[in-house]
Design a protein around this ligand. Structure first.
Ligand code: ATP
Length: 323
């Protein structure tokens, strides 16, 4: 193995730059040449790649987003598109590919091994934390911290104005961000998949809370479970209390990565380069119980429904502490 390439694919997340930096510098340390592909699989198909050096990744460790850009590629879903991508890699004499991305990107990488003879290693980079074989994906911890920071600020205005707030957080139908910000932000209620969303019960709780002197009330809604605006309107209608809806949205994708995300990215980048050198392919680098391990790309995606199940312990504590 002499030359490898690295790309980001799918949704962006904080810490992707830290992962690129690690792949580039570890590859150079191991005497490999390394190319950066711009705009994910689309860039690969178009031959949009260039050699990277240690200085190419200077001062990016702390920066959100990805200097390589990321994209979703319809063309890569076709055999024709993947064959073009394989030709580009062949032309540039690249024999190892590191894909930083989520579930979809790994499905694509797994299929691509049928179309290209080189080695492929995935690094889990997504705020959704929905990949099996790693306790955390790069970006998830920062996304929770960003959402929590916003919720703490909403709590200030919520208490001052004696209002109720319904706050929607990201998660693509997954409870990861919602249950964590619910517990750490002291939310009064959390609406997540796999739980019953009972508006009557919620409104009775709010009315009872007001009687006890509880003046602020924050309800976290996980993206896809309900519309924050609709929930807020229903609460106003049923309780008569002023209720506002806030959708945090893409702010959760950006920002400087947390210490945990920088650590994960740096370790996973190094492990990805080592895995390629050892001849591994069709695998993802994961970290479980602080140990780096390799997991099949197929397994990492296929078993993700198990991973994204609601953590009942977190949910139950949130409810108890909200009284
Ligand atoms: P995130 O979870 O952050 O959104 P992701 O990697 O899951 O990231 P997707 O949009 O699902 O994001 O997938 C990224 C890209 O991976 C797709 O645009 C497509 O190019 C490729 N891909 C996904 N599934 C397949 C597949 N079955 N075959 C080939 N390529 C695929």
């Amino acid at each position: 193995m002499r030359r490898i390439a690295v790309l980001c694919s799918g949704g962006d997340g904080p810490g992707m730059n830290a992962a690129i930096r690690s792949v580039v510098r570890c590859a150079i340390y191991r005497k490999l040449e390394v190319f950066g592909v711009t705009r994910g699989y689309d860039g690969l198909i178009k031959g949009d790649l260039e050699e990277m050096f240690a200085t190419s990744v200077s001062n990016i460790l702390t920066r959100g987003g990805t200097i390589l850009k990321t994209a979703r590629s319809k063309d890569f879903m076709t055999l024709e598109g993947r064959k073009k991508a394989a030709q580009v890699l062949k032309k540039h004499k690249i024999d190892g590919l590191v894909v930083i991305g989520g579930n979809g990107s790994f499905r694509g990488a797994h299929i691509f091994k049928e179309d290209w003879p080189g080695r492929i290693i995935g690094i889990p980079g997504t705020i959704d934390n929905d990949i099996c074989g790693s306790d955390y994906t790069i970006g998830a911890d920062t996304a929770v911290a960003t959402a929590l920071d916003a919720i703490d600020k909403i709590r200030d205005t919520c208490t001052s104005m004696e209002r109720i707030y319904v706050v929607e957080v990201m998660g693509r139908h997954q409870p990861f961000i919602a249950v964590r910000v619910g517990l750490s932000g002291g939310a009064e209620d959390v609406l997540v998949p796999d739980t019953e969303y009972d508006i009557e019960r919620m409104c009775d709780d709010i009315k009872a809370g007001r009687k006890r002197g509880k003046i602020s009330w924050i309800i976290i809604v996980s993206e896809g479970v309900a519309s924050a605006k609709e929930v807020a309107d229903l609460i106003t209608e049923k309780t008569g209390f002023e209720t506002r809806a806030t959708v945090l949205g893409h702010v959760q994708r950006g920002g400087s990565p947390s210490a945990l995300d920088r650590m994960l990215a740096s370790r996973m980048g190094a492990a990805a380069v080592e895995a390629l050198l050892k001849g591994e392919t069709d695998k993802m680098v994961g970290i479980e119980a602080d140990e780096v391990r390799l997991v099949g790309l197929k397994e990492a995606c296929e078993h993700s429904p198990k991973k994204v199940k609601l953590n009942r312990e977190l949910y139950n504590i949130t409810k108890i502490l909200a009284t």
